[in-house]
Design a protein around this ligand. Structure first.
Ligand code: ZN
Length: 852
């Protein structure tokens, strides 16, 4: 049953106030909900329909009168009261079992503590309520729990005093003064270690900040706290947005389906994105924590104060908030390096999604299962669209439009149209065509051709765009594509300008002062497109050398190595071209002054990206070609690698961007060293593993050892790592992931049989099945179907307990139509088998869309 954007209609009632009382017990929690309800003016005589799922209804009172079964209708999904007055109070009492909730949606237990996840539709698993984002209300929440088990009881807003409740229990009421939809409700209760600090806002108010973690983990929350304070300051400085409550709480939860959740004043995090210290975390972990803490904090204004009218508008809060967190990270670190990393992520996940059967617009107009719409397209492409908006209208107009948006829509649940009306009002522009970016799926392709008129000293540039068909959208219209262009004279001279390609075709001419210039296109990745240019390899190398935009320097190298790998993949023995390898090696050496950037230059595109360039795609051949190029690059850089690794790693350790850059290059060189094919690589890597003074380098060495395949050095490192970290689940996830990312189907089966493999823990399941299916494509797409079988086994078990988790894993099958015939047949057979298995709604939705 598909939901359609066109079918939206407002809720006929207002919920003026909600009083929730929780009598917390792992097996049987009693939830009393008192709703002050009034019919909206013109609300007619509509029945009151409340969402509710898996609730054990105990009683309903309307204005104090106990209702009987003749007064209402109760189904699996809803409670309907056909005949209600215009204004009334409704009190329901239900019982739920947090301990039995394995779906991790609604109220559940993790690590022995109570927590909730309500977005999008988890609140209906807690109590009967209009569980939709456009119903906003004032919440009062009373929590009662066992004093010993739950010394700390948290919810949204402002806490009242803790009072004794008898029988060893105590009680507290939280009052959230800001109206909110139910998906932003949260409660957490249990025994935590708390890392506390304060933040003084721009108007001088002092906010009490606290990060709640497992017993003994408080010191590992320091970085998350530091990131939170920097986020609060950044939103004041960059968007003029101040925090609006006296307290801000973060709770780390071990079993969590996603990264984190922006509940008002009570952000709940997957513990992997809270806990970090020098010994146990990589620089990438520190970076991810900073970015996700920022993301959830920024939602306070873009998501909470102003929320979405319906779930079709998800990108209104997610795309915008990702754009905000990306800029926060860019300001904390290096802007060009951040841009490159954002594009790697976009191309790796979103471009693939946009090119397969799961493709959908940034704002979809229909969905089967809302959980499956938290996609790379909504988040990452959604962020790119905001970036294009800002580029087209300029930073000042962007800020003015945002200010107007905050002023006009504070406290409301709105749409993409409302958002763009603010920018139309401050600029006088019409965004009708621009909004096609929200309704049209698929990655636009821009073809660039050029011709030089020596007599006139003029370069003519012909641009054309087209977007491939996607499911349900055969014909595409042109979108406005902001293209940053430049003419480069080869000695650093740069004549840069921006055009908006809003027609199917456009011809530009540009005067140049001297000899024929080189043309730089889509600088800084100004639009999320694929650029097609008919250039020879020599021309591409010349362009990389002349390039003055760091993003395009990197991207030029990516294009060169991509073309080389694709060529190599056509012959199993073909060897990389020396001239190409030398060009890449010299670009890496030249970038030594910016090690984070140099590290990115050593990166070869993943099989998942290479895939998109080939149909049919042969993952095994692509993987082997990639390895050959990596080995050649390793040999070409061998002296630089030896010298760099002989120098000590920076001490004392700091998670700073500067040190992280140095370690990133060291880790990249460790990877290359392992790829060299040298007979003593195992011993060298084991020595590096043993000597590594931080997790970034230790993990790089362990990964490189694992890539060698079965050998003594690899086994020694893996055993040592397990011994050292077996009591730290987050670190052990890396141990599982490293092996799943390199091994075969047999490795996956072995890891799934490990005593520490836990089907109930999403991080652990993803570190095995998720990593295997998304980062080890040669093995996942093995022509004999063994990779599919290994993942299918895990998915079937996971789905019974946790549909959201299983459905996410299933998306790995989205590329099946592109595969060489054997793998393709095996993938299709697997999907058909899954289609006939009794899957959850979430998983069935992915399978049926994947089959198309
Ligand atoms: Zn978000």
């Amino acid at each position: 049953v598909a939901v359609k954007l066109a079918d939206y209609s407002p809720y006929p009632f207002e919920i003026e106030q909600v009083d929730l009382a929780f009598d917390l017990d792992p097996d049987a929690t009693k939830v009393s909900a008192t709703l002050k309800i009034s019919r909206k003016p013109g609300g007619g005589t509509a029945a009151l329909v409340l969402d509710g799922e898996a609730l054990d209804l105990k009683s309903i009172h309307l204005d104090g009168r106990l209702l009987g079964p003749e007064d209402y209708a109760l189904t699996e999904k809803a409670l309907t009261l056909p005949d209600v007055p215009d204004a009334f109070e409704l009190k329901t009492i239900v019982e739920i079992s947090p301990a039995k909730n394995t779906a991790l949606s609604g109220l559940y237990i993790s690590g022995g503590r109570f927590c909730t996840q309500c977005e999008s539709v988890g609140f209906r698993r807690i109590t009967f309520y209009p569980d939709r984002p456009d119903v906003m209300s004032r919440f009062f929440v009373t929590l009662t729990a066992d004093k010993a088990a739950c010394p700390i009881m948290l919810s949204n807003g402002t806490p009242g005093d803790v009072q004794d409740a008898g029988n060893g229990r105590h009680t507290i009421t939280w009052d959230d003064p800001h109206k909110k939809p139910s998906y932003l409700f949260a409660l957490c209760a249990g025994d935590y270690d708390v890392y506390r600090d304060t933040f003084t806002t721009m108007s001088g108010r002092e906010i009490a900040l606290a990060v709640h973690v497992d017993k003994g983990d408080a010191p590992r929350a320091a970085w998350a706290m530091d990131s939170l304070k920097r986020s609060m300051k950044w939103d004041e400085d960059t968007y003029g947005r101040e925090y609006d409550l006296g307290v801000f709480n973060i709770v780390a939860v071990r079993d969590f389906n996603f990264g984190a959740m922006e509940n008002k004043g009570l952000n709940v995090f997957n513990s992997a994105y809270v806990l970090a210290d020098e010994d146990s975390a990589t620089d990438a972990d520190f970076e991810a924590i900073e970015s996700i803490v920022g993301h959830e904090y920024f939602h306070n204004w873009t998501g909470n104060r102003i929320t979405c009218r319906d779930w079709f508008q998800l990108c209104l809060k997610e795309g915008l908030t990702v754009f905000r967190d990306q800029n926060f990270s860019a300001d904390m670190r290096s802007r060009p390096v951040q841009r490159i990393k954002d594009v790697i992520r976009l191309r790796g996940r979103q471009f693939a999604e946009d090119a397969g059967p799961l493709a959908h617009p940034v704002r979809p107009d229909t969905y089967g299962s809302i959980d499956n719409l938290y996609t790379a397209t909504v988040y990452e492409k959604g962020a790119e669209v905001i970036g294009m908006l800002r580029r087209i209208i300029g930073p000042e107009a962007y800020r003015k439009g945002m200010d107007l948006y905050f002023e006009r829509h504070d406290g409301q649940a709105v749409t993409i149209e409302d958002f763009y009306a603010c920018f139309a009002d401050v600029t006088g522009r019409d965004f009708t065509q621009f909004r096609r970016w929200y309704s049209q799926a698929g990655t636009p392709q821009v073809t660039v051709a050029e011709s030089w008129n020596a007599d006139a000293g003029e370069l003519t540039i012909q641009l054309s765009q087209s977007t491939p068909p996607t499911p349900g959208q055969k014909d595409k219209l042109p979108v406005p594509i902001p293209l940053e262009l430049a003419l480069l004279d080869g000695t650093g001279g740069t004549d840069a300008w921006t055009v908006v390609l809003d027609q199917p075709e456009m011809t530009l001419t540009r005067k140049a002062t001297g000899a024929r210039p080189l043309l730089s296109v889509n600088r800084d990745f100004s639009a999320p497109i694929r650029v097609e240019r008919d250039l020879t390899r020599d021309q591409r190398i010349a362009l990389v050398v002349a390039e003055t935009d760091p993003f395009n320097q990197w991207d030029g190298v990516q294009t060169l190595v991509t073309e080389e790998i694709l060529k190599l993949s056509e012959g199993s023995q073909a060897q990389p071209d020396d001239q190409l390898v030398d060009a890449v090696a010299s670009a890496v050496r030249k970038a030594a002054g910016d090690p984070a950037f140099a590290a990115l230059l050593t990166r070869l595109p993943e099989v998942g990206e290479l895939f998109l360039e080939r149909s049919p795609a042969e993952p095994v051949a692509l993987h082997s070609a990639r390895k050959r190029l990596q080995a050649a690059l390793s040999r070409a850089l061998s002296d630089t690698i030896t010298t760099t690794l002989a120098a000590p790693s920076p001490t004392p350790y700091e998670p700073s961007a500067e040190q992280a850059g140095i370690r990133a290059l060291r880790a990249a060189f460790i990877t290359l060293l392992g790829a060299s094919g040298a007979p003593d690589a195992g011993d060298t890597l084991l020595a590096l593993y043993n000597a590594a003074p931080n997790m970034t380098e230790r993990l790089a060495a362990m990964r490189a050892l694992t890539a060698l395949g079965t050998c003594q050095a690899r086994d020694t490192a893996l055993a040592d790592f397990e011994q050292r970290w077996k009591h730290n689940a987050i670190v052990m996830d890396k141990w599982f992931a490293v092996q799943a990312g390199q091994g075969t189907a047999a490795t996956v089966a072995e890891l799934a049989a490990h005593p520490d493999f836990d089907l109930k823990n999403p991080n652990r399941v993803r570190s095995v099945a998720g990593v295997f299916a998304s980062a080890n494509l040669a093995a996942f797409h093995a022509p004999d179907g063994s990779g599919y079988k290994a993942v299918e086994d895990i998915i079937l078990k996971a789905d019974a307990a946790n549909p959201a988790l299983a459905a996410r894993l299933l998306t790995a099958f989205e590329q099946w139509r592109r595969l060489e015939p054997k793998a393709r047949a095996a993938a299709e057979a697997t999907l058909k088998r899954l289609q006939n298995a009794k899957l959850s709604e979430n998983s069935a939705d992915i399978v049926s869309r994947a089959l198309g």
